[in-house]
Design a protein around this ligand. Structure first.
Ligand code: FAD
Ligand code: DLZ
Ligand code: SF4
Length: 508
């Protein structure tokens, strides 16, 4: 008979995890389980499955080397039930523990399954803001704006503070962070980690069990241990953080990573702590190794956005996922899986997603997200796509970003206005339009950039809803100024495009 059975989930590979607090190596057992149900609830990118399994296996080996009793159920175990609840039940029968505990999972669905299986859930303390603090912050507020949450977090943590004032006199340097990548600038490549023997075994397993799954396994190079994640952080701080701010919103053909950190997988799996990332960035600024606009921009993403979306997810779920404020119902086009579209910006973002299980924020928000918003794609299908295709996607962080920020399906909880843009934005921030089959300057005719007609159709379709939103005053004024005959033609063009084979529905 065991003392406590301690379940560790795939995104909980953190040595200091609450589920491991007080572990008694003589009596307790740690359970990790690779299960088919978690691999198929959305059609995950194969690199994501491999990343989770490899991180779990490395974590299990590290625990075992410290003398911890680890019960590891592999996907190929003939007795594997295929579900986390099933594996907890089997492990209970094997070990007959006094209690079963786990750290609170990162998805509502898993929370329900574990509670139903009798697992005691402990708070997840791997974040900078605890959920009670967030609830108190949110209580009684009409609007839950990230910017105000972020300022509170700066004050609470002391990060980038000069006494009671923000360092540099401003809370937010976003206005300085919107540069296009100049031609001739090549960002330094991020540190990548070639698969070791354990990861190679996982890659072979995933290739065999998911032969037709979405995404390439070639070039898998994610950090899978805390040591690797720390090396990735150090490399980012030294070589790419200094330009992170300037080119944060830029996009460039053939440059999937630019100056981004690629740290989201390590943060979300728990290989790296958000406090360590923020402290390393602040330290670089205090030593004069990175400018304030870069460091503030990076810290805001982690201390602000990442903590904010987590608080919001747990505050609003499960109702949050069921909202559809803009009544969007169109199925997901096949090109979201294949990348086969003449729209160069979309093709680039989706092909890179297929190759690397990665796209940076502006690609997710202003290319694939913007298209989904303008075209009125069904939020359930879009949310499932984002949850599937990115190696860093776990519902607590994916859903508020997709449903709220990109799709405005929550009616304006996350975003104060929809992030809707015509082709002009994409042209300003990237070089994609140069090589596109469409002409970004045109809104009408066979060569016209589809984003243009879709944008005006979107604004016209939702004009009544946005009339009271001061942040939408400018596009609405421009809509009113438009010649009615031209507007009708533009809207007809948008409708014809949406009904054309170019956006026909499809699955992976
Ligand atoms: P960097 O640009 O280097 O940023 C540094 C870190 O800040 C990231 O590693 C991440 O941990 C954090 N961060 C940045 N922006 C956000 C944000 N909006 N919300 C939360 N954390 C943020 N991020 C995920 O981690 N998982 C997701 O499933 C996810 N889905 C998204 C879906 C959409 C539609 C959008 C618009 C954004 C999504 N994001 C998601 C946020 C962001 O795009 C990714 O965190 C980022 O692209 C990861 O790459 P990076 O590590 O190079 O980030
Ligand atoms: C994403 C994922 C995958 C692909 N596989 C597993 C698994 O086999 N076992 C596991 O414990 N977790 C897995 N995960 C993560 C879960 O789907 C889910 O996102 C987390 O449990 C939420 O905390
Ligand atoms: Fe994208 Fe339009 Fe530019 Fe083509 S012209 S790359 S579709 S924004």
């Amino acid at each position: 008979m065991a003392g406590t059975l301690r379940l560790v989930l795939g995104d909980q590979v953190t040595p200091t995890l609450s589920a491991l607090h007080g572990l008694d190596p003589a009596r307790d057992v740690v359970l990790l389980a690779e299960v088919m149900g978690e691999c198929t609830y959305v059609p995950h990118h194969r690199q994501k499955i491999a990343l989770v399994f490899s991180a779990m296996r490395h974590f299990a080996a590290a625990l075992a080397s410290r003398g911890v009793r680890v019960d590891y159920v592999s996907l190929d175990d003939p007795s594997n039930t295929g579900s986390l609840a099933g594996e907890v039940a089997r492990a209970v029968a094997r070990h007959r523990p006094l209690r079963v505990v786990a750290t609170h999972p990162g998805e509502w669905r898993v929370r329900c399954d574990l509670l139903a299986a009798g697992v005691e859930l402990l708070a997840d303390d791997r974040f900078l803001c605890d959920l009670d603090w967030f609830r108190r912050w949110a209580a009684g507020r009409k609007q839950l704006r990230m910017e105000f949450f972020y300022r509170e977090m700066r004050r609470a943590t002391g990060l980038l503070m000069a006494g009671k004032a923000p360092a540099g006199g401003e809370w937010n340097f976003d206005a300085a962070n919107r540069k296009r990548l100049p031609s001739g600038v090549t960002p330094p490549s991020p540190r990548r980690f070639p698969p070791d023997a354990m990861t190679q075994e996982v890659l072979a397993l995933v290739a065999t069990r998911f032969p037709d799954g979405f995404g390439s396994l070639d070039g898998f190079a994610w950090p899978v241990t805390p040591e690797q994640a720390e090396m990735a952080l150090a490399e980012f701080i030294a070589h790419r953080l200094p330009s992170f701010g300037d080119y944060q919103d830029a996009m460039a053909s053939g440059q999937p990573f630019l100056f981004h950190s690629l740290l989201s997988t390590s943060l979300n799996l728990g290989l790296l702590s958000p406090a360590v990332c923020c402290a390393a960035a602040e330290h670089a600024w205090r030593e004069g190794r990175a400018p304030l606009n870069a460091v503030e921009g990076f810290i805001r993403q982690i201390l602000g956005w990442r903590e904010y979306v987590r608080g919001l997810y747990w505050l609003r779920m499960p109702d949050y996922a069921a909202t559809n404020a803009l009544g969007a119902t169109r199925p997901l086009p096949a090109f979201y899986w294949s990348g086969e579209t003449p729209m160069a910006c979309l093709a680039s973002a989706i092909r890179q997603t297929r190759d690397h299980a990665y796209a940076h924020h502006i690609q997710r928000l202003m290319v694939t997200g913007n298209f989904a918003l303008l075209a009125g794609l069904d939020p359930v299908a879009v949310n499932a796509w984002y949850l599937a295709v990115y190696a860093d996607a776990f519902e607590w962080v994916e859903l508020p970003n997709t449903h709220g920020m990109a799709l405005f399906a929550d009616g304006g909880v996350v975003a104060s206005k929809p992030y809707a843009a015509s082709g002009a934005y994409i042209n300003r921030m990237s070089d994609h339009c140069r090589d596109c089959a469409y002409d970004v300057r045109e809104s009408l005719g066979p060569k016209a950039c589809p984003f243009n007609a879709l944008y005006w159709d979107f604004i016209a379709r939702h004009a009544a809803r946005f009339r009271d939103n001061p942040r939408m005053a400018m596009p609405l004024r421009n809509l009113e100024r438009m010649d009615p005959a031209r507007l009708s033609a533009v809207r007809a063009q948008a409708a014809a495009f949406l009904d054309s084979p170019a956006v026909a529905a499809g699955s992976p």
